[in-house]
Design a protein around this ligand. Structure first.
Ligand code: DLL
Length: 441
């Protein structure tokens, strides 16, 4: 076991996490040159776009020159469905994943053997960052299948030397039985599914705080700091934020360390920029905007300046763990999650933030938007604790008014708040669906 300069144990953390900045930048530049040349030589879309801009891979002299490269979007992946963006021949592809998204054709991503190894390394570094190591028993409740969560986390946990339980999502009572019987020490799943596990454990009379479970690796959907506090106080574990997306690799693009101060990006593998989503201009560090990622090692499907639609900011402020990798501000909104209600921009995470501040609420909610006589209306259904639900009508009304006030103060629109009994809102085993928009826009 090594020690880093903050003297916390770093079990299998990679030296890459602690590279001096100049070494990291040197590595990024050489990998970027390799990636851009490969993309130019092997993928028609990238070559055509660069040709149109009069850009040749040799123009890359410094990492800052990346801003002269064209962006790539989800539409490009759809338009080139299924194999049009591959830079490796099919004989070298060993895995496909796909993400369905909300409309139309899925997007397909592919990996060579080396890509799968690199991905396992990224996840190994993610698990190690939050203090997991060989000897840990990891219950992997991300969905196995075309979704990158299950198999991605699985290979990384094995590479770490941890014992993986490939349980996938669902069958919550069995999850809890196994957690108890196997002495599970860490779980990986979506934060909303873990909240469901907490509730089910309560019903079964199992106190998660009494179990060896100590860490949760949660991601694949937006969640707030308030959600983290609720999860930690009710289960006695530490909840860590892991970020990723299929187009770039899957989970393991960025991960929080034990200081829980925002996910560190594995910058030697993925180059981050933050841009103004309207103008495309690169923003200075600390400014909030859309995250753009470029792969630095990917073979089967390199991505150049991929517009993630995720809103965040970057910081290079030194973290107490000693990692030189920059951190992301918690990603709790996407530019395409934004709802425009009566002309006001509203994000579901703002509503979560407001309602979880109110005592008596549970972290299960649903936002329903409709248009009545030409006017947008927003209803927020919130589950409340059994005590609140059996309280007097007056007390319920007071709570309703309080929640409505908190939300209005945060987003500028007063919603209709409906308090619903515990367990009324549909639970999800993967990514939670928080919004129903009934308007025909
Ligand atoms: O969700 C990969 C993943 C699996 C990440 C397991 C973490 C854990 P996609 O299905 O392609 O891939 O969805 C990617 O999910 O662009 C974000 O909008 C959102 N997302 C992922 N992680 C986080 C997170 C996987 N920690 C999309 N916080 C991304 C907020 C997240 N949003």
């Amino acid at each position: 076991m090594k020690k880093n300069n903050a003297s916390i144990p770093v079990h299998t953390a990679s030296a890459m996490d602690f590279l001096p900045l100049s070494k990291l930048q040197e590595l990024q530049l050489s990998r970027l040159k390799w990636t851009v040349q490969r993309a130019y030589d092997k993928v028609a879309l990238f070559r055509d776009r660069m040709d149109k801009l009069g850009f040749v891979p040799n123009d890359l002299k410094s990492i800052d020159d990346i801003k002269n490269l064209p962006f790539t979007t989800k539409t490009d992946l759809r338009d080139n469905y299924p194999f049009g963006l591959f830079a490796s021949p099919l004989e070298e592809i060993v895995r496909f994943h796909a993400s369905s998204g909300t409309t139309g054709k899925p997007i397909v991503v592919a990996y060579t053997k080396e890509d799968i190894q690199d991905w396992a390394t990224a996840i190994l570094r993610s698990f190690a960052a939050c203090g997991l190591h060989a000897g840990d028993i990891v219950q992997n409740a991300y969905g196995y299948g075309l979704f990158t969560g299950g198999l991605g986390a699985h290979y990384g946990a094995e590479a770490l030397g941890a014992a993986v339980i490939p349980i996938s999502g669902g069958n919550t009572e069995r999850q809890i039985m196994i957690m108890k019987d196997f002495g599970v020490t860490a779980i990986s799943c979506t934060p909303s599914y873990f909240v469901h596990i907490i509730d089910t454990a309560k019903d079964l009379g199992v106190d998660l705080r009494q179990l060896p479970l100590r860490a949760g690796v949660f991601g694949a959907e937006p969640w707030t700091e308030d959600m983290r506090h609720r999860i930690e106080s009710e289960s006695g574990i530490k909840a860590y934020d892991i970020y990723g997306l299929s187009e770039i690799m899957g989970p393991g693009i960025a991960m929080e360390c034990v200081y829980q101060a925002g996910p560190h990006i594995f910058e030697d593998m993925f180059y981050p920029e933050v841009i103004n989503p309207e103008s495309g201009e690169v923003l200075p560090e600390g400014s909030e905007g859309e995250l753009v990622l470029t792969t630095l090692c990917k073979r089967a499907m390199p991505m150049i300046r991929y517009r993630t639609r995720d809103i965040t900011a970057l910081t290079s402020q030194q973290c107490r763990c000693g990692r030189t990798l920059r951190r992301l501000k918690r990603i709790n909104r996407r530019s395409d999650d934004m709802m425009i209600i009566r002309g006001v921009n509203v994000y579901p995470s703002q509503i979560e933030e407001a309602l979880l501040k109110v005592e008596g609420t549970l972290p299960h909610y649903l936002i329903i938007i409709d248009r009545v006589k030409g006017l947008d209306v927003m209803e927020v259904q919130v589950e409340v604790t059994p005590e609140v639900f059996s309280d007097t009508i007056g007390a319920m009304e007071q709570l309703q008014a309080k929640i409505s006030h908190f939300i209005a103060a945060t987003v500028g629109i007063r919603p209709e708040v409906k308090l619903v009994a515990p367990k009324t809102i549909k639970r999800s085993e993967g990514k939670a669906k928080r919004v129903i928009d009934k308007r025909k826009l």
